[in-house]
Design a protein around this ligand. Structure first.
Ligand SMILES: [Zn+2]
Ligand SMILES: [Zn+2]
Length: 444
């Protein structure tokens, strides 16, 4: 970015001029307090070097974590151990395709995609080139990041291991340690935001043919009304403000706007003033999630077969079982992830979407913060799905003890996806649209 270039706040739509920051400064949105960008201690060269080192190690550890068994269970002379891909295959073989796909995507495909795409971009930036497909790859990083859940998977593995210790002898394997290291590395790699990388690439490797286009917004005076004028549209993906010819979008109805394919001049993502049909789609997703939440809680998520017969466990009876057998910590974790998080997420989204539809002007900052909490905690509902998958894949001792997944788990998996799609579909800028105040950018 260059001084004076316009960027848009992702959460409230405010426009700001990019300015270089002083040591340790962070630029925050004056209205919604979102961090827009920050000062970096190391120069671009050192930053890309560190980025390559971190992502490369994360990719290597990721391969180890996926290829080696996580733990082995030993019971009455029999033993069973699985890798994560094997656990997915077991679930698939049992006809639990929905859960197998969810675990495959959130535990293997998206984390792998995010890390390898980031490594590819980093290697290019280190040599000061834009690798072929730079924009597409960086957009992939941003999309995959939302669904890559290595940290949730790690807690899921720990919960499963603790749960299993009461049932059989648990022997840890390299996969377990690799997942531990991978969680830490992923947390470090998460600091490389695609938005900051687009800005870095602009500085490191300016694109001769596109500088003129991207520079459109330069010549504009900073706008002191928070509502971006119709012709200035901030890109949701990279944050750059694009200038559309006056009237190009103005006369369009929301339906037409959704259909016109206007693309960001920097990252080539399609441009929208607001996410098209945000409120309607959010309602649809929420209604479906609320409906499926009933079978998710009524039907068994797991069946335990032992010498004594077959027993079905719903989410709540599983929590009660942990509580009564003395594993109070596990009971609390499962209760929070599988009951408290989905319910509060549903209620919060109903409140956010409802107030946005009514164009309420009350407590916009509190609502924006609630939206961020929803975005942050939503993924933790996946915990139980990971625990069910690993438990089912591990406890396979024929007549002695076997655990299979139940229909409740499928319904619960769908609830998790639907609430995540609902919060992604909700446009937080709708909270601020009815409000008529303007905040200057703050440097903290
Ligand atoms: Zn803001
Ligand atoms: Zn863009």
């Amino acid at each position: 970015m260059k001084p004076g270039e316009l960027i848009g706040c992702h959460d409230c739509g405010c426009l700001y001029q990019w300015q270089p920051l002083a040591v340790r400064e962070r630029a925050r949105c004056g209205r919604c307090q979102l961090e827009l960008y920050r000062w970096h201690a190391s120069g671009p060269t050192k930053r890309t070097d560190t980025m390559v080192a971190l992502t490369l190690s994360a990719v290597l550890v990721f391969i180890v974590a996926q290829c080696f068994p996580i733990v082995t269970l030993q019971m009455a002379g029999m033993s069973s151990g699985v890798t994560l891909p094997q656990a997915v295959a077991v679930l698939w073989g049992e006809g639990m395709g929905v859960i197998a796909t969810l675990v495959l995507l959130c535990g293997i495909v998206f984390p792998g995609l995010e890390l390898s795409a980031l490594l590819y971009v980093a290697l290019g930036l280190r040599r000061r080139v834009r690798v072929p497909g730079f924009n597409l790859v960086l957009r992939t990083v941003q999309g995959a990041r939302h669904w890559a859940m290595t940290e949730v998977l790690m807690i899921g593995i720990l919960v499963t291991v603790i749960k299993m210790t009461s049932l059989a002898r648990v022997v840890p394997h390299p996969g377990l340690f690799a997942f531990g290291v991978l969680t830490i590395l992923c947390a470090l790699v998460m600091r490389y935001e695609p938005r900051a990388l687009w800005a870095l690439a602009d500085r490191q490797v300016p694109q001769p043919d596109e500088v003129g286009q991207a520079g459109h917004a330069h010549h504009h005076e900073p706008r002191h009304d928070h509502q971006p004028p119709a012709e200035l549209i901030a890109c949701d993906t990279c944050g750059l403000v694009n200038r559309l010819e006056p009237g190009a979008h103005q006369a369009l109805t929301p339906k037409e706007e959704a259909r016109t394919n206007t693309h960001c001049c920097r990252c080539k993502a399609s441009l929208h003033r607001r996410i098209p049909h945000s409120i309607g789609w959010t309602w649809a997703m929420l209604a479906a999630a609320a409906l499926l939440y009933i079978p998710a809680n009524m039907l068994p998520v797991m069946y335990t077969q032992s010498v004594g017969g077959t027993e079905g466990d719903t989410i709540m009876s599983g929590v009660r079982l942990f509580w009564n057998t003395g594993s109070k910590g596990l009971a609390i974790i499962i209760f929070i992830a599988s009951i408290a998080v989905p319910v509060s997420k549903l209620l919060a989204l109903v409140w956010l979407n409802g107030t946005a539809q009514l164009r309420s002007r009350a407590a916009p900052l509190a609502r924006t913060r609630a939206y961020r909490v929803v975005e942050f905690i939503g993924r933790w509902s996946m915990l139980d799905i990971f625990v069910v998958t690993l438990t089912v894949a591990l406890v396979r001792f024929d007549v002695l003890a076997a655990i299979t997944a139940g229909p409740g788990a499928i319904a619960f998996g769908c609830v998790v996806i639907l609430t995540m799609v609902a919060s992604a579909q909700f446009d937080p800028r709708l909270i601020w649209d009815p409000i008529d105040s303007y905040g200057e950018p703050q440097h903290a």
